[in-house]
Design a protein. Structure first.
Length: 249
């Protein structure tokens, strides 16, 4: 059986449409909101990715090393900074190291008209979500018939440095939508993070690193030349960069 070209065009259109829409990402607002995590075809609605997002003015991008096991000039540079062992080099290494983020497809209650979006969250929320799905009192919180809505309370407590995300499951299960037609539409429209996030080549990462080092106040021009030459043999921002940068901010 050959490739269904019509289906391939539909997929491309969806990617291009989403790429121009900053609403592909959902970030909790201060206060309380209710969401529903959707089931994915592979049975894992909690996707893990590693990002670099402190490389100057460059938008966040996938870590070639952490995500794909590929050689990455930035990863090599970070390791060299740690090996240098000075207070400034370690500080810079921590700033440039890849950060772990998790993503789930969600429908926000009261905003169903905006469709399925990607919710990005950190390790603490991830652990809490895994605890919920492994709790026999809740089970499969993504089930379209008997799943569980989640109340997200987001904000910065008094005296806290960073906002916190508290997740409370509804006491009663509920269907995803009131109609099979809308449920099927949501399931068909689940965005694939691999289609959304920008994967950089080693050459692209090297170019960004070179540009960053040229403007970095922490290092002299001699250090910049040395670093660039040492990794010279290592092998476009997409339209959702701005939205994703805001998501991680």
């Amino acid at each position: 059986m050959g490739i269904d070209m019509s289906r391939m065009k539909d997929k491309l259109n969806k990617i291009q449409k989403r790429g121009s829409n900053s609403e592909i990402f959902w970030k909790p607002k201060d206060g309380e909101q209710t969401i529903r995590i959707l089931p994915t075809s592979d049975g894992d609605p909690f996707k893990e990715y590693w990002f670099h997002y402190n490389l100057g003015s460059n938008a966040a991008f996938l870590s070639p090393k952490k995500n794909y096991g590929e050689d990455c000039p930035l990863d090599s540079f970070v390791r060299s900074l740690y090996n240098e062992g000075t207070e400034d080099s370690i500080k810079m290494a921590k700033k440039l190291s890849a950060r772990q983020r998790f993503f789930s497809p969600v429908v926000v209650r009261g905003e169903e008209d905006k469709g399925v979006r990607l919710w990005g969250y950190g390790k603490m929320a991830y652990q809490e979500l895994l605890g919920l799905v492994l709790n026999p009192d809740y089970g499969d919180i993504t089930d379209v018939e008997d799943g569980t809505d989640l109340v997200i309370n987001y904000g910065k407590p008094v005296g806290a440095q960073f906002p916190q995300t508290n997740i409370t499951p509804r006491r009663r299960s509920s269907p995803l939508t009131e109609t099979n037609e809308l449920t099927n539409k949501f399931l068909e429209d689940i965005p694939d993070p691999d289609d959304v996030f920008d994967k950089k080549t080693a050459d692209q990462v090297q170019a960004m690193l070179d540009e960053y080092l040229l403007t970095a106040d922490e290092y002299s021009s001699e250090d910049v030349v040395s670093s660039t030459n040492s990794s010279a043999d290592s092998s476009e921002k997409n339209s959702v960069d701005a939205a994703f940068k805001e998501l991680l901010g």
